[in-house]
Write a protein that binds this ligand. Structure first.
Ligand SMILES: Nc1ncnc2c1ncn2[C@@H]1O[C@H](COP(=O)(O)OP(=O)(O)OP(=O)(O)O)[C@@H](O)[C@H]1O
Ligand SMILES: [Mg+2]
Length: 503
């Protein structure tokens, strides 16, 4: 038995525009949690995809338990006991949780699938993990947080001994993160190994034993967690000091930009939105706090014209015909929670992704609707520069960006058009610590220029630090309104859990 579960030696991967991995060497020992951190685009996912057999390295060697191995495909990786939870969900939307978990690994009773055995194991696993998941639920009906839990479940069902998690907590609630970490600690205590990629450095401090930092495809260093700090890790990652708190002056709210009255969306068992009324004024950030799946997604879809509803919505006192296009033309920008489904067209180059939603109008479309390529390119160059999208090309297609850089393209597009109202759902999900600072600054600056902001975030920290007022949602209703300076996270937590009504 080797001390190391997995070792990488001199792994190099070149892409046309970037050297994604530049002679990376690192190792994770049996019984430990190794955190892997680095800026957006640093090369973390690429490296882990190499380990999982999804990407072929140009150079380098992989050792599992001290033995050199060739990993050509995920099935090689699984056979070696390596499991991976991906940054982007890889589930079949129309199948159930159970079907997704056992897909390709179905226990058989003769030629048929032995559902009884499969179900028993899956239910046991769900209980062991303390996950709130119905094995019969259909994936597309689940909020993203629950989908992520299915991904984790799927890997563990395959008996992984070396577990790689690529930003598993980005979509989890604090309680779910807690449960996951408890599981990770137990998993490591059994002698297994874990590599955890996350942008949340306090999580790194909480759950890891050692941390490897990479920047621009190279290892900057490996440190023992007890001997480091969030500030030091941030500095190693970004190469400069990072301001970890949001500085903003008090809001000066102007006229009412958005008025919602008795919004209602029906659901199967109970309404998904129930009598939701509130206002957002120019120059203020209204945060929506809540455990995911309590109506926030529906609310965002209603406001951005994506979902039919009952009730009244007024934009600047006007009732706009509620189609996504009209709402957008009126001046609503939307940072969607699911960036791959709704944020970008993955096969389009950035110069088109960056004008999406305004592409049919001047100045981007001209005579007979033809694209004004010169105008588009010029505009795209500027946005990419201002929002620090890496690599700095306007021709790279959406699929080729790292997670955080894809998010920067969306945030850039939505802010650069100077909307009257920004509806931001999880705006910094998957974004590195330097870019979070940058996006927060940009949102606050736009607020100070008079933009209204409705912020939906599962990150309570983010809601508390950006919002001027906070509405708490529970089971489709607004159950309380609080001011960030006058309430503790615990009090909001109670409201979010439905344990207390209006403060
Ligand atoms: N298929 C590809 N073709 C071209 N370039 C790619 C491809 N996949 C990744 N890259 C580039 O490789 C670099 C590293 O990407 P990677 O996804 O590994 O970053 P990351 O560290 O996981 O970032 P994030 O924190 O944003 O997820 C990025 O510049 C990315 O654009
Ligand atoms: Mg990544």
């Amino acid at each position: 038995m080797s001390e190391y579960a997995l070792q990488l030696k001199n792994i190099t991967k070149r892409y046309p525009l970037v050297l994604a991995n530049d002679h990376i060497s690192l190792g994770v020992k049996w019984g430990e949690v190794l955190a892997l951190v680095g800026e957006n685009g640093a090369g973390k996912s690429t490296l882990m995809k190499i380990v999982y057999g999804l990407v072929k390295p140009d150079e380098g060697e992989i050792y599992v338990n001290g033995k050199r191995v060739e990993i050509q495909s995920p099935s090689d990786a699984i056979a070696l006991g390596i499991g991976m939870v991906h940054q982007h969900f890889m589930l079949v939307d129309t199948l159930s949780v159970l079907d997704n978990v056992i897909l390709g690994m179905e226990p058989k009773a003769g030629p048929a699938i032995d559902y009884a055995t499969a179900r028993k194991r899956v239910v046991e696993l769900i209980e062991e993990l303390g996950f709130d998941l119905d094995p019969d639920a259909i994936i597309e009906d689940l909020p993203v947080g629950a989908q992520q839990r299915v991904e984790i479940l799927k890997t563990l069902y395959r008996d992984a001994k070396i577990l790689i998690l690529d930003e598993p907590t980005a979509v989890l609630t604090p309680q779910e993160v807690e449960e996951l970490f408890k599981f990770l600690r137990e998993f490591a205590a059994k002698g297994h190994a874990i590599i955890l990629i996350t942008h949340k450095l306090d999580e790194v401090m909480e759950v890891s034993d050692r941390v490897t930092v990479i920047r621009d495809g190279k290892v900057v260093g490996t440190v023992n967690t007890p001997e480091t700090s969030v500030a030091e890790l941030a500095r190693m990652m970004v190469g400069r000091e990072v301001i970890l708190t949001v500085h903003k002056k008090p809001a000066e709210p102007g006229e009412v930009v958005l008025e919602a009255q008795d919004l209602r969306v029906e659901g199967t068992l109970r309404p998904r939105l129930n009598d939701v009324s509130f206002r957002v004024r120019a120059g203020e950030v209204v945060g929506i706090a809540g455990v995911e799946g309590n109506g926030q997604t529906e609310l965002v879809e209603v406001i951005t014209g994506l979902r039919p509803f009952k009730g009244v919505l007024r934009y600047n006192g006007e009732t706009v015909h509620p189609s996504a296009r009209k709402v957008r033309e009126w001046g609503v920008s939307h940072i969607p929670e699911e960036r791959n489904d709704r944020g970008l067209i993955l096969e389009f180059p950035t110069r088109y992704n960056i004008i999406l939603g305004d592409h049919y109008r001047p100045p981007f479309a001209g005579f007979l609707g033809f694209f004004n390529d010169a105008v588009i390119n010029d505009y795209a160059e500027k946005v990419v520069e201002r929002f620090d999208v890496r690599p700095r090309s306007i021709y790279l297609i959406g699929r080729r960006y790292s997670g955080g850089n894809a998010q920067k393209i969306i945030v850039g597009r939505e802010l650069a058009r100077e909307p009257k109202l920004l509806v931001a759902a999880q705006p910094t999900r998957g974004v590195d610590i330097g870019a979070i600072e940058f996006i927060h600054q940009n949102i606050i600056e736009a607020r100070d220029r008079g933009m209204a902001v409705l912020l939906v975030s599962a990150d309570l920290n983010e809601v508390m630090s950006l919002s001027d007022r906070i509405l708490v949602m529970y089971e489709g209703r607004i159950v309380g309104e609080v001011l960030p300076g006058e309430v503790t996270e615990e009090q909001i937590g109670l409201l979010m859990a439905g344990l207390e009504t209006a403060v």
